[in-house]
Design a binder for this molecule. Structure first.
Ligand SMILES: [Zn+2]
Length: 259
């Protein structure tokens, strides 16, 4: 199989235009078998529904990477965990990778939504430190710091072929984000707004189209896809792209990106 990313959710926190919360499925060949490794990246409230729609069986997933702990990036995780317990009767381990505090964030959320829930499969957490690369099931995982929440990281995923996928998570447009994407073959960045409310003093820690137009030439990536969007913003990106080929492509729920 090829190395690929399936966009399960291309929307913002508000489900604007019916787009689902942030969720991506990365897939690469398993070095130890004929099969493939599947790692989810972020898991919003709608993500299990989207997996059902795309006929992605949760039992085929080995791991999840979380970029930060906002609800539209983590809020659906308890549903996945109880699916493993009650529907799959999972026995295989499941790995959750993320920034500092990931274990606490997930266990607190599960306790709030399903108090006293006992999971009867091995659930392992791996706290990753920014700028440290970790080998994981044939790939390499490297979080990079970005400006959004204190724990926020972008993901750099090095596939077994050597190709690099970079995902911004949620992030302000600044030097950290540009550095996190540098030299990647494919990048997905969040694009939340048309412009900053006060351009002289940006306070919204999300990327705006205006900033992307200003900074696009500094972003060194083979292919740039924007997500965390709504339909009108996607149309604006298409307009810019027609005047400036290679600018960026808008994501949609169900889009498959092959490396
Ligand atoms: Zn966020």
């Amino acid at each position: 199989m090829s190395e690929q990313i399936l966009i399960l959710g291309s929307g913002n926190a508000f489900f604007t235009d019916g787009r689902a919360h942030a969720c991506y499925l990365a897939e690469w060949p398993d070095p130890s078998s004929e099969g493939s490794i599947r790692m989810l990246v972020d898991y919003g409230a709608s993500s299990l529904m989207r997996m059902n729609q795309e006929q992605i069986a949760p039992s085929t997933i080995q791991s999840l990477f979380l970029t930060h702990f906002h609800g539209d990036h983590i809020g659906g995780l308890p549903f996945l965990l109880i699916h493993f317990k009650y529907i799959d009767r999972r026995k295989e381990p499941f790995w959750i990778l993320g920034p500092a505090g990931v274990e606490q964030a997930v266990t607190d959320l599960l306790e709030q939504m399903y108090p006293g829930m006992e999971l009867d499969f091995p659930l392992y957490f791996k706290e990753l430190h920014p700028n440290e690369s970790t080998s994981f099931m044939g790939a390499s995982i490297e979080p990079r710091p970005v400006t959004h929440r204190p724990e926020s990281v972008a993901l750099r995923l090095g596939f077994p072929s050597g190709k690099i996928f970079a995902f911004s998570g949620d992030a302000a447009m600044d030097g950290l984000l540009i550095e996190a994407l540098k030299g990647s073959d494919l990048s997905i960045i969040e694009l939340s707004i048309e412009s900053q409310p006060d351009p002289a003093n940006p306070t919204v820690a999300h990327v705006s189209l205006q900033e992307l137009m200003e900074q696009r030439d500094a972003i060194q990536t083979g292919r740039l896809v924007v997500s965390h969007i709504y339909d009108e913003l996607a149309q604006r990106v298409n307009q810019v792209n027609s005047e400036r080929p290679g600018f960026a492509e808008p994501a949609f729920d169900g889009l498959v990106l092959t490396l």
